[in-house]
Design a binder for this molecule. Structure first.
Ligand code: PMP
Length: 390
């Protein structure tokens, strides 16, 4: 039997079979439109509302504050473009951390083209936001501050509650992209002081192409999809009912199972990090040593390229990334690792392991056994490798 060790859950996850079962009837039997005034429509509306409730519960929000979207990218667009444009009278400055997802970075570029000043707040060498710098940068002209809950590439968790407080001190709105963190760490929008939060369905083992934006009551955003007024007029277009039902079921299961699963993943992650660092000279952990996602290990190997490592590991049945999956084809060094102070050549030699439900200890041990040989072989071919490591 061929070995398949999939450790790229940050890039894509399976749909939980229980989620798929919950979705099925909404393709074939319960296909009514939730806006229709008849019993079929009412049943679908009920399912939509139940899903809204489950997603809201995952982050301790009110169900009426959840807007379904086509994914995290759309939720980020709605949050950042929507809030900045709707509140532009408040000021002209938008602030983001240096390690945001590429979608947030590119939306901020769009805001810049639209006349906003975009300010990047730095992080330290472990990827943690520099709060003192944020405090210095944020001012009364700031409309919006965006800092992700956790970076999916290096795993580092951010001090979002403190960042939100600093934003609110200047009456700026606070958005957080919780895509990589949801389902792994507890999230409470009220306790954290969040105005806008991005969520993705697939990252909690729901279907792809579905996401949600939490919009705290009273926060105004400019809709970007104009039409029939669905989702409270914030996101028009007939809802993707099967997908939303799937996200709802995924959120319900995540809430129930998160604690045990995160504990299991943390143990696998720590064994992986310890095993790899012990077996391979000149290998280093990127990101924060403890304040990191339970499923994430990002390890740097001197003198070699991440892409070469990935191809060699794929031959052994091991699938992972060398950076953010969304930027995998650019061959640019990771902006996240550069923001942590790594040099270009250092940023190129990293592997991102994102563990998930599909992984177990045997698989982790298999990686720990196989990886040293691969690194050694590639180092032997690299002109950069010093004699003692050949
Ligand atoms: N934000 C973060 C933090 C992500 O990791 C991703 C990708 N999983 C996205 C946004 C974009 O998600 P999608 O491609 O599903 O829209």
């Amino acid at each position: 039997m061929s070995i398949r060790v999939y450790m790229d859950h940050g890039a894509g996850r399976s749909v939980d079979p229980r989620v798929l079962e919950a979705m099925k009837p909404y393709y074939t039997e319960r296909f009514g439109n939730p806006a229709s005034f008849h019993s079929e429509g009412f049943k679908t509306l009920e399912a939509l509302n139940a899903a809204r409730g489950s997603v809201a519960q995952l982050i301790n929000a009110d169900p009426s504050d959840i807007v379904f979207t086509s994914g995290a990218t759309e939720a980020n667009n709605l949050a950042l473009l929507g809030a900045a444009l709707r509140n532009r009278k408040k000021g002209s400055k938008v602030m983001r951390s240096a390690v945001e997802h590429i979608s947030v970075i590119n939306i901020c570029k769009e805001l810049f083209r639209d006349g906003f000043e975009v300010v990047e707040c730095p992080v330290d060498e472990t990827g943690v936001l520099d709060l003192a710098e944020l405090e210095r940068l944020v001012d009364d002209d700031t409309v919006l501050v965006t800092v992700m809950v956790a970076n999916g590439e290096i795993g580092t968790l951010q001090p979002v509650r403190d960042a939100a407080e600093l934003a609110h001190g200047h009456s700026a709105l606070f958005h957080t992209d919780a895509t990589a963190a949801a389902g792994q760490v507890p999230l409470d929008v009220k306790e954290l002081g969040i105005d806008l939060m991005t969520l993705s369905s697939n990252d909690i083992y729901g279907p792809k192409g579905v996401g949600a934006l939490y919009i705290r009551k009273g926060v105004r955003v400019k809709p970007h999809m104009i039409g029939g007024g669905q989702e409270n007029g914030i996101r028009s277009g007939s809802e993707n009912v099967p997908g939303i039902v799937g996200m709802g079921e995924a959120a319900r299961l995540a809430r129930q199972e998160m604690e045990a699963e995160s504990k299991r993943l943390t143990a696998l992650r720590d064994r992986l990090i310890e095993g790899v660092l012990a077996a391979i000279p000149e290998s280093y952990l990127n990101g924060h040593p403890t304040e990191r996602l339970p499923n994430n290990a990002n390890i740097r190997f001197s003198y070699i390229e991440g892409e070469a490592l990935i191809l060699s590991l794929d031959d052994l049945g091991i699938q992972l990334s060398s950076g953010s999956a969304c930027a995998a084809k650019t061959l640019e060094p990771s902006h996240t690792l550069l923001a942590c102070g790594l040099k270009h050549e250092e940023a190129h030699g990293s592997l991102v392991f994102t563990l998930g439900k599909n992984n177990n200890l045997d698989q982790v041990e298999y990686v720990i056994r196989e990886l040293p040989g691969v690194v050694e072989r590639l180092r032997a071919m690299s002109p950069l490798t010093p004699e003692e490591l050949r």
